[in-house]
Design a binder for this molecule. Structure first.
Ligand code: ADP
Ligand code: ASP
Ligand code: MG
Length: 446
């Protein structure tokens, strides 16, 4: 009946928020593994340090902001002495990396730096749990969360993780609640890696899988998964239940409440996933399960920002066999994933994720350079991808016409429909996407 509980950045932002999480852990005797994100804002500060050329003073100011957040939590503890040395040690190692001359050019150092957010918050949260009378210890997830060496976007190595978790983590669970870090791992050389932004949800699901857990709880700042991001429209409604497939589509297509890969381990092991608010646990939340009571045509609308549309063109395409294969081989070599594709006689357009300051952005640039060697390449950004998630969308009459009628005033740059029964996606200008989501939400859910 093991439960893995994950608390996101706002849930561990300060002492009061951590205290809410401690109550949630106390309330469920099955919660033996706790995964935490960095305190809210800390990873963003670390990303700034890792990606921007700054003066020593600027870097020190960012570090001071991080220290303030963490020391405020430390000072609220009844017995700060217990963890203060370790906290200082972590902050010293953070400083050393932040001022490292090669930081901007070394992805391995960037990941080592980024890992400090989760290492700090997990140290503090284990102290908060102890203060609440629980037997708890801080567990370094890097001992078990083996990944490849793709810094910034590392892929987990499932069989190694399972073996290490069963060996090193499982026996400990009889003694205490283990508080561990989301988002980080280590490669075969022992170097620290990260799973990509928002990766702590993924860590929780991976640990749940490796430990054969029955449930995985994602505690965040909203009372479940909504019909759309409640920050886009206040008309969004929380969903009591979702299927694994629907949740996976939503996560892939931009519902930030779940990291895109979170549902993969859950699906493989049939682990029920709960999403709820650590501030208001009494309000319930969303259960994500294999078999849902209902299969509505429209379940939710998501938006993924920062898309780039790439058009490759060669006058020779009509005759050149293997052109598409060449294009997609290059994309695959860079481990990029394509969502939307359209083809004509002499050109192919496709979309890629292009979030600023990310590994993907660098890979996109390298991809474009390689493609340019054998065709004309046009790269257009400032697009967002809007997706309607539902069931049997390709086979039910009228499903698409309702959607198209609602958004007929907007310019849809690309459309993907029919390849998958669970979604329909459009590429729209980023200036239009908020309105497109609002208008669609009104037509489909209000
Ligand atoms: P955490 O730090 O707990 O991981 P995130 O900020 O990553 O939290 O995710 C929670 C946020 O996800 C919410 O505040 C909300 O704005 C956003 N979000 C986007 N789409 C949805 C959705 N469909 N349902 C709920 N929240 C969503
Ligand atoms: N702290 C990391 C981030 O902000 C991971 C997470 O919060 O899930 O991206
Ligand atoms: Mg998150």
């Amino acid at each position: 009946m093991l439960n893995v509980a994950k608390f996101g950045g706002t849930s561990v932002a300060n002492f009061a928020a951590m205290q809410n999480c401690a109550n949630i852990v106390k309330d469920n005797a099955n919660t033996k593994v706790v995964v935490v994100s960095a305190s809210a804002g800390v990873t963003n500060l670390l990303v700034d340090i890792a990606h921007t050329a700054m003066t020593t003073e600027q870097t020190s100011a960012k570090i001071a902001q991080i220290s303030d957040i963490q020391f405020a939590i430390l000072h609220a503890l009844k017995d700060p002495q217990e963890v203060s040395d370790k906290l200082t040690e972590l902050l010293d190692s953070l400083k050393e990396l932040a001022l490292h001359e090669e930081l901007l050019h070394r992805p391995d150092l960037k990941d080592a730096l980024l890992s400090h957010g989760e290492r700090l918050s997990s140290l503090l949260f284990s102290a908060v749990l102890k203060q609440n009378g629980l037997s708890a210890s801080n567990f370094d997830v890097r001992k078990i969360l083996r990944t490849d060496s793709e810094y910034g976007q590392a892929a987990p190595q499932l069989s190694e993780i399972k073996q290490a978790a069963q060996c090193l983590m499982l026996p400990e669970l009889a003694k205490s609640v283990l508080v561990t870090q989301g988002f980080i791992g280590s490669d075969e050389h022992g170097n620290t890696t990260t799973l990509g932004r928002g990766g702590s949800d993924f860590t929780a699901a991976l640990l749940a899988e490796a430990l054969d857990a029955a449930t995985c709880e994602i505690w965040t700042d909203v009372i479940g998964v909504y019909t759309t991001d409640p920050r886009i429209t206040s008309a969004a409604k929380p969903l009591p239940e979702l299927s694994f497939e629907e949740a996976a589509e939503m996560a892939t297509f931009g519902a930030k409440v779940l990291h895109p890969a979170t549902m993969e381990p859950a699906l493989r092991q049939n682990i029920k996933v709960f999403v709820g608010s650590s501030k208001e646990p009494e309000k319930g939340g969303t259960w994500i399960v294999r078999d849902c009571k209902s299969e509505p045509a429209y379940r939710a609308i998501t938006r993924r920002k920062d898309q780039v549309m790439v058009t490759v063109k060669t006058p020779k395409m009509m005759f050149a066999q293997g052109f598409l294969q060449k294009v997609f081989t290059i994309i695959a070599q860079h481990k990029l994933s394509v969502d939307l594709v359209t083809t004509s006689e002499i050109s192919v357009s496709f979309t890629l994720d292009n979030p600023p300051n990310s590994v993907l952005q660098r890979l996109n640039r390298e991809t474009i350079e390689e493609l340019s060697q054998f065709c004309d390449v046009l790269m257009e950004d400032n697009y967002d991808l809007v997706t309607v998630v539902g069931n049997n969308m390709h086979s039910a009459a009228g499903v698409s016409s309702k959607i198209f009628t609602a958004i007929s005033d907007y310019n849809l740059r690309m459309i993907c429909y029919g390849a998958n029964p669970h979604n329909m996606s459009f590429l729209v200008g980023n200036g239009d996407s908020t309105d497109v989501v609002k208008v669609l939400h009104k037509a489909l859910f209000e």
